[in-house]
Design a protein around this ligand. Structure first.
Ligand SMILES: *[C@@H]1O[C@H](CO)[C@@H](O)[C@H](O)[C@H]1NC(C)=O
Ligand SMILES: *[C@@H]1O[C@H](CO)[C@@H](O)[C@H](O)[C@H]1NC(C)=O
Ligand SMILES: *[C@@H]1O[C@H](CO)[C@@H](O)[C@H](O)[C@H]1NC(C)=O
Ligand SMILES: *[C@@H]1O[C@H](CO)[C@@H](O)[C@H](O)[C@H]1NC(C)=O
Ligand SMILES: *[C@@H]1O[C@H](CO)[C@@H](O)[C@H](O)[C@H]1NC(C)=O
Length: 372
């Protein structure tokens, strides 16, 4: 028997050591289970169970354990418009979420309302899971499907581990980023599969000490550093990852114009690209909406970025595009053992550089365009 719980929006604050166990198909956990049904929840996929869930959660907080089943978000657009989350965990320490459960955002009926790229008055749809000011968080072995907007959004987190996560939303679903990380430090994301309509993982400003290992992305827009228009992102290693059919592979994007800032100490290593539009890309003239003014120069300094052992196929001829700022040329870019083939006919792939300084080592297919 599966338990389906539907809810529109929940704010969860709890300062005890928590263990939220998402149980499906009668899997029994060793800790006590808090059945949301016993707190007035109705598992019909229609009733809004926000209060029952929160009551069960509060009880679980006092007992170091909790339990729910597959959680279904409200499928109706009007219940979620203008709220930034479906479920949010705020000011929390030592939270663990695990157990193989599913968060079903039921986004399909809301996606058509997501017109923020064209409509400045648009109201954002909610992220499925938000973690705001959460320290020592572990999110392991859960599935998220069909989020209305971002799947997992970390904001101001410190020491966060995300592992064995399965995120899926259709390739054409708008803004369904897999994991967004902003203002956070010491974050590890590993052993996960992310298929969405937007970024696989996006790192936003004021984030540092970040590792992504063994993550498989696609479809979607790939792993993004930025976009950033001020402040900094430093210390990111993306290793042993693969990208299949994504718009980008590893991308650094900065807005122009911008405030001063930096993107530094970034390594992309041991990465397979399979049918990726832009496998390696730096874009310092990034513009997300149609109303951007003509490109001005970005004041974000990109420095110490290593691309090491990246291979596979590119859907476009320019497999390596390093479009840096005229005011702040990219410094210390390193290309090492790059082997990317263009899928169109027998033409070789090319690299294209603008204001990009650095050095290349080992195999270079396409030929490096870095200036020394
Ligand atoms: C998280 O850690 C920071 C830095 O140590 C601290 O200032 C903050 O109060 C902590 N927050 C919680 C919710 O424990
Ligand atoms: C995920 O949780 C399920 C249910 O508890 C369990 O059967 C499975 O082994 C777990 N998988 C991992 C990778 O921990
Ligand atoms: C991820 O979840 C989706 C939707 O439930 C499922 O179709 C897919 O097989 C899962 N992938 C993995 C690798 O578990
Ligand atoms: C990330 O990896 C680097 C290099 O392997 C390591 O020094 C650092 O401690 C790791 N950081 C986290 C948050 O895992
Ligand atoms: C990446 O994979 C290689 C080869 O399997 C392994 O030696 C290395 O430790 C892995 N790197 C990380 C950061 O897990």
């Amino acid at each position: 028997m599966s338990l389906f719980i539907k809810s529109s929006s929940m704010v969860i604050k709890c300062v005890w050591l928590l263990l939220l166990v998402l149980l499906i198909n009668n899997v029994q956990a060793q800790m006590k289970t808090f059945n949301v049904n016993q707190y007035g929840g109705v598992a019909d996929g229609k009733t809004d169970n926000s209060k029952a869930f929160t009551d069960a959660w509060n009880q679980a907080c006092q007992n170091n354990g909790g339990g729910v089943g597959t959680l279904l978000a409200s499928s109706e657009y009007q219940y979620s418009v203008g709220i930034d989350h479906w479920i949010v965990f705020r000011y929390i320490d030592n939270l663990v979420i695990s157990g193989g459960g599913t968060f079903d955002g039921q986004g399909a009926s809301s996606w058509p309302y997501n017109d923020c790229r064209k409509n400045p008055q648009c109201k954002a749809l909610p992220a499925s899971l938000r973690f705001d000011f959460a320290n020592n968080t572990k999110i392991d072995n859960i599935t998220l499907i069909n989020s209305k907007n971002t799947n997992i959004h970390l904001f101001a987190g410190l020491n966060v581990i995300i592992s064995n996560i399965n995120i899926s939303a259709p390739a054409d679903s708008p803004n369904t980023d897999g994991i967004k990380v902003g203002s956070s430090s010491i974050v590890q994301i590993y052993d996960s599969v992310i298929s969405t309509g937007d970024d696989c993982i996006a790192f936003l400003p004021e984030s540092t000490n970040l590792n992504v290992t063994n993550v498989h992305c696609g479809p979607g827009h790939g792993i993004s550093v930025g976009s950033i228009s001020s402040n900094s992102i430093t210390g990111l290693n993306v290793r042993n990852c693969s990208f299949v059919g994504t718009q980008n592979g590893v991308r650094i994007k900065t807005k122009s114009p911008s405030q001063p800032g930096t993107v530094a100490q970034v390594t992309f290593e041991n990465i397979e690209m399979d049918k990726v539009d832009n496998p390696i890309i730096i874009d310092q003239q990034y513009c997300a909406s149609s109303g951007c003014s003509p490109p001005k120069t970005s004041e974000i300094q990109i420095t110490d970025v290593k691309y090491n052992n990246i291979w596979g196929t590119s859907n476009t001829k320019i497999a390596v595009l390093l479009k840096c700022s005229e005011n702040k040329p990219c410094q210390n870019i390193e290309l090492r053992d790059i082997n990317l083939n263009y899928r169109g006919g027998n033409k070789p792939a090319k690299a294209s550089c603008l204001n990009a300084k650095g050095a290349a080592y080992g195999k270079q297919n396409p030929a490096s365009c870095l200036q020394s």
